[in-house]
Design a protein around this ligand. Structure first.
Ligand code: PGA
Length: 302
């Protein structure tokens, strides 16, 4: 087995590529005698002349040409390994900060759990806020990853859809509307409606839906969380429109029902949102890849 060093191979590759000892020395930031010494040592180890010199010109011998081909492939592979090693070092002890709107908390922690299991050294934090609070954090660039369903209309922001987000109209399971088929939204405008607080993305969607159709919204109560809304709906205080992800697989177990409304469910998406010019950390990039690779599990669940 030959005892050739990585440094010798790098030096040989540079001399062969640049066809010059002095230019190789310059590129590698070493002196020319150092380059000559590396090549001499390499030739001794291989036991063949690799570089021939005639006057000032350099020529690769047959063995030199073979080694040059091997070197190019080998150094390329080594470079890839160095990149992977650097990424792994970064992933051993990185930090990941994810910020999401309240509705995504029904699936996101599970994905984060799977990610933590795969990368136990990464310190993960999750901020759960309404849309306005999330936009404040985004403006201050406080987190690595932002998830919301109503991205801002801002050319400096990139929003990439990654998961379906169906919106459904819900009522308590004893509400007489539950047995009705093909309800029109118009027929629901007089129903007492429970709505999220100002600054909520869900509220924006609900208000826009009714406004675009020229319908009134009969707001009975404003509540600051999806859970509180569900409890109010179960308690018979009114109906509401929420993301399907806020409900369990079988809503009747929670004493809730999804109403049969024309044109429903409303098809929307969850978006990954970030400033267009943001350079993501290795950890954040890895998380996004992980999220996209595992998201199918969640899209098939409901
Ligand atoms: P919200 O966002 O928590 O601000 O209502 C939910 C959404 O955008 O669907």
């Amino acid at each position: 087995m030959m005892r050739v060093t990585l440094r010798q191979l790098q030096t040989f590759e540079a001399v062969a590529r640049l066809n010059s000892f002095s230019r190789a020395a310059e590129e590698m930031c070493v002196s020319q005698p150092t380059v000559s010494k590396q090549i001499k040592g390499l030739q001794e180890e291989v036991g063949l002349v690799l570089i021939e010199q005639s006057g000032k010109k350099l020529f690769l011998s047959e063995a030199g040409q073979e080694l040059y081909k091997t070197c190019a492939d080998w150094l390329n592979t080594w470079e890839k390994f160095e990149q992977t090693a650097a990424n792994l070092k970064g992933l051993k002890q990185g930090k990941l900060s994810v910020a999401t709107v309240t509705t995504a908390k029904y699936f996101l922690p599970r994905i984060l759990g799977m990610f933590c299991h795969e990368y136990p050294g990464i310190d993960v934090s999750l901020e759960v806020l309404n849309r306005d609070r999330l936009l404040e954090r985004l403006a201050k660039n406080q987190d690595d990853v932002y998830i919301m369903s109503v991205p801002p209309d801002d050319p400096s922001i990139k929003a990439e859809p990654f998961l379906d987000n169906d919106l459904v109209m819900i009522a308590g399971s004893h509400n007489p509307l539950v047995s009705k088929k093909q309800l029109s939204l118009e027929s629901l405008q007089q129903q007492p409606f429970i709505i999220r607080e100002q600054g909520s993305g869900n509220r924006l969607l609900v208000e826009k839906l009714f406004k675009d159709l020229g319908l009134n919204l009969n707001v009975r109560m404003e509540l600051g969380s999806n859970e509180a809304i569900k409890q109010a709906v179960i308690g018979g205080l009114g109906i509401s429109l929420l993301s399907r992800s806020t409900l369990s697989h079988d809503p009747s177990q929670e004493e809730l029902a999804i109403l049969d409304v024309e044109g429903f469910p409303i098809k929307r998406h969850w978006y990954l949102v970030q400033p267009k010019d943001k350079k993501l950390s290795v950890v954040a990039d890895t998380f996004l890849e992980f999220l996209l690779a595992h998201i199918d599990v969640f899209s098939k669940q409901k």
